[in-house]
Design a protein around this ligand. Structure first.
Ligand code: PLP
Length: 478
């Protein structure tokens, strides 16, 4: 029989005790995660069936829920926080980030307007200004300039907002008034992330009006092809309005040549958005800032601290060179949200900087992370990840059964078995089935490619070494 709880709401004393138990559970999870099979092996419906068919009529203390985390939830978890997670891009977290997020939940602030909690807005402004300095981004992204930054839930939402701002800019606001009647067309490389296609659907522009620009041998966008496509579209009566360049494509971490792309955009009056979802974090280290050359020429820029900067999901830093275009495209002011500070134009109201009205106090987790690690601490972890990825690449290079398929200046290595697609795919399945690590795949030049991305908070060199041994062992017994 489960113990029934008394009273209606959790009182502070009980919260303290239960909170300690929950923190203890999380800490113990982090202690044991290294030993858990990285990839969940539950079948569809397993977790659903493990939960009761009906909700409880009477409540129980949190201590009765915790064992079910182990029994019901953990089997269905793919352990993104395992040091042996090398798949996709990371979505790492850290103690300070979790605690900052907890404080945000504790305060329970809804920061849609400056007036609904000034600190929620102003801590966010300051964190985004700090990030400008930390990544060496241009000053026009700072909050005291005409541009500025905002935290969004995801890079997908950030690109959507950039598309909406660009759409309104090119149509002089007409598209928000009458619907999108102009033949708008957008461009990105054929290696760019799929969210752009989705965003163009959502923005009412249509996926058919997204042109995929061809790439060079290093999978980076060819600016001369972009230029040609724009010219062709203009000649056909279309209206080019938006280009998304990527710093660190999802498949291979390719780096689009931003300065040359920006020049094409300037010439044709097209909005340039730069998506640096994961690789943005590399710019914390001055020696990797070459990856961001030309970002000062972009109209907007986004990167995800929730990927590689030890800040748990969700946290995308989105910047615009000129905030007016963004606000003009998203602002709606009903009477019930009017207030003196907003009316006086003296404050930032972040509800006008993204699609949702309501917003959490996400800047707290950034504040906790940046204060806990300091810039130097963050830099040293990023440097280590890059160094270990380079070591991994050197081992792959030294084994003549493998080949590397793309440049690897940062923390992603794309490789495969020379034996071909089928053998490489079998290797991936075998390695992942071992539970000892998790890697993912892509196709580069039509070839089945394995991706090994070093970016987990808890990964150490010994894990990378063990991963390589597992991979080699799996090849031996293929
Ligand atoms: N852009 C790139 C280059 C990505 O790799 C990803 C996801 O991995 C995204 C955008 C989408 O990120 P989000 O989940 O924040 O929308």
């Amino acid at each position: 029989m489960e113990e029934e709880k008394s009273g209606f709401h959790m009182q502070p004393a009980e919260f303290r005790d239960a909170g300690r138990e929950v923190l203890d559970w999380i800490a113990s999870y982090h202690e044991r995660v290294e030993g858990l099979p990285v990839l969940s092996s539950v079948a569809p419906g397993d977790t659903y069936r493990a939960l009761p068919d009906h909700p409880p009529i009477t409540g129980v203390p949190i201590s009765s829920v915790l064992p079910d985390l182990d029994r019901v939830v953990l089997p269905g978890i793919t352990h993104w926080q395992s040091p042996n997670f090398y798949a996709y891009f990371p979505s790492n977290n850290s103690g300070p980030s979790i605690l900052g997020d907890l404080v945000s939940s504790g305060l329970g602030v809804q920061g849609m307007l400056w007036a609904t909690s000034p600190a929620c807005t102003e801590v966010e402004m300051k964190m985004l200004d700090w990030l400008v300095e930390m990544l060496g981004l241009p000053d026009h992204f700072r909050s005291e300039s005409v541009g500025g930054g905002v935290i969004q839930d995801s890079a997908s939402s950030a690109s959507l907002c950039a598309i909406l701002a660009a759409r309104e800019q090119i149509t002089g606001g007409a598209s928000n008034e009458e619907g999108c009647r102009m033949p708008l067309v957008a461009y990105t490389s054929n290696q760019a992330h799929s969210h752009l296609e989705k965003d163009l659907k959502v923005a009412g522009i249509g996926r058919k009006n997204l042109r995929l620009v061809e790439v060079d041998r290093e999978f980076a966008m060819r600016p001369e092809s972009l230029e040609q496509m724009i010219a062709d579209d203009k000649a056909a009566g279309m209206l080019p309005f938006f280009v998304c360049a990527t710093i660190g494509t999802t498949s291979s971490l390719a780096l689009d040549p931003i300065p040359a792309i920006a020049e094409v955009c300037r010439k044709h009056g097209v909005w340039l958005h730069v998506d640096a979802a994961m690789a943005g974090t590399a710019a914390l280290c001055p020696e990797f800032r070459w990856t961001h050359k030309g970002v000062d020429l972009a109209d907007s820029y986004a990167f995800n601290p929730h990927k590689w900067m030890f800040t748990n999901f969700d946290c995308t830093a989105f910047y615009v060179k000129d905030r007016r275009a963004l606000i003009n495209s998203l602002s709606v002011v009903p009477e019930y949200l009017r207030n003196q500070a907003s009316d006086a134009g003296a404050v930032i109201d972040y509800r006008d900087w993204h699609v949702p009205l309501g917003r959490r106090f996400r800047a707290l987790k950034l504040w906790f992370v940046i204060r806990y690690y300091g810039v130097q601490g963050l830099q040293s972890h990023i440097r280590q990840h890059v160094e270990w990825a380079q070591e991994f690449a050197s081992w792959v290079n030294a084994d003549n059964r493998f080949e590397i398929l793309a440049p690897h200046p940062l923390n992603l290595v794309c490789f495969r078995l020379k034996a071909g697609d089928e053998a490489s795919e079998r290797l991936l399945k075998k390695v992942n089935a071992s539970g000892k690590l998790f890697i993912s795949h892509t196709k580069l030049d039509g070839k089945y490619t394995l991706r090994f991305c070093v970016g987990q908070t808890r990964t150490e060199l010994r894990h990378v070494q063990a991963a390589w041994e597992t991979i080699q062992g799996a090849v031996d017994s293929l």
